[in-house]
Structure formats: C-alpha cells, structure tokens
Design a protein around this ligand. Structure first.
Ligand code: CP
Length: 307
C-alpha cells in the first residue's frame, strides 16, 4: 500500500492495512540494526526535532537512535530549558521550530490531543510520542510487532491487558490496534481502574486475575500511574500487588508459552515480580529492541510523504 499520512497521531486513525504496512516496514529495519554498520541514508538531509514535555527514557532514546540510524539531523529539545517556561505558547513554540525548516517533530506532552492540535497548524510531520492518557501509538506498534514476531498472527489470539487501564495511553493504543487486527482483548484489574464502559468497544472486562489470565496467549502489564491518579483507586500498592500482581506462583495458572509484556517503566514487585519480569516468558527487553525498528519505519514512511 501507498503510505499517505504526514503525521502519526493515533492507532485509532489507522486502518489494519496501515498498521500492517508499518509492521512489515519495521521488519526490514530490524535487520539494519543487526548489521555492523547500523545506518542507512533514508532521511539524509532531513531534520527531526524531539520535543519531550514529559519524562521519558525508552521512547526518547529510541526515537533519537532511530533518527540517527536513518541519517537525519537530530535536535533534542527539553521543555524545562525552552521558552515555554517564559510563557510562550505551545503553538508559538512549534511554529518557531518549523520556521527553522524542520521536517518532523516528535512530541510527548501531558495534554491529550496536544499533538493533534499542533499537527493541524504545521506543514511538517508530527509524530505522537505519547499524549496524556490518550494514545501512545509507537508503543502499541512495537507491542504488536513483538506479538506478531512471537505468535505469527493476531486472528483469535487472546491478549489480556492488566492494570491501570483508565489512565493508560498504552492500553488505548493497544486496544485499537489489537481489535483492528482480529485479536480478542481482555482488560483486567480493579473495577476502579477498569470500568465496564470498555465492553462497548468490543473488549472483555474482567475483575478477577485468574479468570483474566487462564486462556491468555499474551499478558501485557501496565504500570500503576500514581502521577495521573488524583484520588486513591485502590487501598495500597501492597493490596494491589496481592490481588493483581503477577508473581512466580501466578505463572502456573497461565499457558506455558504465554508472553509477558510490559511497556516500562516497571514498578517491580507491584504489578510484576522481578522473577517474572526477568524470567523466560518475558519479552520486555525485546519490546524495547523492536521499538527502534518500529520508530525507524514510522519516520521513514512519514518522511516519504514530505519528499
Ligand atoms: N514505554 C514508555 O513510553 O517508556 P518511557 O516513558 O520511558 O518513554
């Protein structure tokens, strides 16, 4: 298929064919990162600005490496050291970046929809690196890539997403991607963090851990997002870990070949015990590796629309 989007803002916007196009392109770029010389000239002469208005380790480093491996010129902008602190608006900030003939802006922001807003006002491409509790499209794409690599296809696959669904942009992006590709999606966790409303979009909602995991081919665990919770959604992290944490003993209740996934950062021994996070079913670090190939694919496809 011909890629036509100048921006990547959400998985909700994409068709199954577009998602598959990104995953197929990422497969080719994964091979580049396995070479001795990990570089191709695809974005030579293009400039990318990474603008992170929220903390990040994996996404920021992964985007920067992806841009370097595609031979782009890369500028990293920290919100704390920008004129946002002097009261400049977000729109003025990004319009000034664009005036420097920048081709792509990769942005993370705490406000849902911030990237949609700037994409409407900029001619350059915009890639969403996470917007509040709304979407984190490249995280979902790397999760989908990892699942496809390990399980072959999505049709009929049982994927359980466990944890703080309410505050999770990773959950939202994964839900849209998995449903579009034909997987069965179960959302699990305490009723305060996993409301029944999600059933209306085609997910199964489950408030009992054993029930949620027994037929799962994939369990994707989400971090408890203390920074986005304004009230207590459960009595204590100890109680959460007791009822919904995945421990070594929980593995006996799951399929032998279940994939254990987590987007990071992990709250060790809250949602996930270290023995499982670092165990043989875990693909958590493979997710990170695949994120590089997926981000190279996204940047390559979007940059191709600008050429
Ligand atoms: N998964 C993820 O988005 O991690 P970072 O916040 O470290 O980028």
């Amino acid at each position: 298929m011909q890629w036509t989007r100048k921006d990547l803002l959400s998985i909700y916007d994409l068709s199954a064919e577009e998602i598959t196009c990104i995953l197929d392109t990422a497969e080719k770029f994964k091979e580049v990162s396995e070479r001795r010389v990990k570089k191709v000239p695809a974005l030579r002469g293009m400039t990318v600005v990474n603008f992170f208005v929220e903390p990040s380790t994996r996404t920021r480093v992964s985007f920067e490496l992806a841009e370097q491996r595609l031979s782009a010129d890369v500028v990293n902008m920290q919100a704390q050291a920008s004129s946002l602190l002097k009261g400049e608006t977000l729109l003025d900030t990004v319009k000034n970046i664009e005036a420097l003939q920048v081709d792509l802006v990769v942005m993370r922001h705490s406000a849902p929809g911030a990237q949609n807003f700037i994409a409407d006002h900029l001619k350059c491409g915009v890639v969403n690196a996470g917007d509040g509790a709304h979407e984190h499209p490249t995280q979902a794409l790397l999760d989908l890539f990892t699942i496809r690599e390990k399980k072959g296809s999505f049709k009929g696959l049982n994927v359980t997403i466990l944890g703080d669904i309410l505050h999770s942009r990773v959950a939202r992006s994964n839900i849209w991607g998995l449903l579009k590709l034909g997987a069965n999606v179960t959302l699990a966790g305490p009723s305060t963090l996993v409301p029944r409303e999600f059933e209306s979009i085609g997910c199964r909602v489950c408030h009992h851990l054993d029930e949620a995991i027994k037929d799962a081919d994939v369990v994707n665990l989400l971090r408890i997002q203390h920074e986005r919770q304004t009230v207590g959604f459960f009595p204590s992290t100890g109680e959460y870990a007791a009822w919904f944490g995945i421990k070594g003993s929980t593995m006996a209740k799951m399929k032998d070949d279940v994939l254990i996934m987590h987007p990071g950062p992990i709250n060790r021994d809250v949602e996930l015990a270290s023995e499982v996070a670092d165990g043989s079913n875990s693909v958590i670090l493979e997710q990170v590796t695949n994120g590089l190939a997926v981000r190279m694919a996204v940047l390559f496809l979007i940059a191709g629309v600008r050429k």
